[in-house]
Design a protein around this ligand. Structure first.
Ligand code: PRP
Ligand code: URA
Length: 209
């Protein structure tokens, strides 16, 4: 079953509380999402493999650790996932970026896929799927389906706020996918919004509503 890590670092919790506030405008929302994504990336990359290399300091030769060069891909679910890409890229600048376009039909809450463009060698990369919101889980499940169909094997899902039902959905449909989230909320309202959540992440990031 998918491992779930709730990253409860005080800085992350503090920043998540800031963006939950409905009075926070687009500029600050975008900046703080970016900061949280960076902080989460620190935890998500905790188990990246390292190897020994020789380095000569001004004082002596020594053997020290360096990243073993694992290939990574960051794949935002459009639109809102875009808000998390730069923050993660700050820590792993060599990562390749894929895009999966998906929106939720407002009536049925079913996801609709409209765009997929991934690095050619996605089958050889560890994939970080990013989306601020995991509500019913439909969008993330479909995005992971799209990735697996194209050969992706190792996938992690990184979200800011998750509903229990969304987590259960991933665990049921993609038990191999690890989930990292900054907030595990109470549930969904009648419109499929996470409660208490932070509202419509895409609209708040891009100022479209
Ligand atoms: C939001 C969010 C997720 C999805 C979560 O996207 O960014 O992708 O809803 O809901 P689910 O878990 O019930 O599928 P939205 O459909 O609003 O599209 P947008 O990012 O383009 O605004
Ligand atoms: N999508 C959002 O942007 N917010 C929610 O609360 C649920 C889905």
């Amino acid at each position: 079953m998918s491992k779930v890590t709730v990253i409860d670092h005080p800085l992350i919790q503090h920043k998540l509380t800031i963006i939950r506030d409905k009075n926070v405008g687009t500029k600050e929302f975008r900046e703080v999402v970016d900061e949280i994504a960076s902080l989460m990336a620190y935890e998500v990359t905790r188990e990246l493999p390292t190897m020994d290399i020789e380095v000569e300091t001004p004082v002596a030769k020594t053997t020290q650790k360096t990243l073993a060069g694992k290939k990574l891909a960051i794949v935002p679910i459009l639109r809102a996932g875009l808000g998390m890409v730069d923050g993660i890229m700050k820590l792993i600048p060599a990562a390749r970026i894929g895009h999966i376009g998906m929106y939720r039909d407002e009536e049925t809450l079913e996801p609709v896929e409209y765009f997929v463009k991934l690095p050619e060698d996605i089958d050889q990369r560890e994939v970080l799927v990013v989306d601020p919101m995991l509500a019913t889980g439909g969008s993330a499940v479909m995005a992971i389906d799209a990735l697996k169909k194209r050969g992706a094997k190792t996938i992690k899902l990184i979200t800011l706020v998750s509903a229990p039902v969304g987590i259960e959905m991933i665990q049921k449909m993609h038990p191999d996918v690890e989930i990292y989230t900054a907030g595990l909320d109470e549930g969904l309202d009648e419109h499929g919004y996470i409660v208490p959540g932070l509202g419509d992440a895409g609209d708040r990031l891009f100022g479209t509503h």
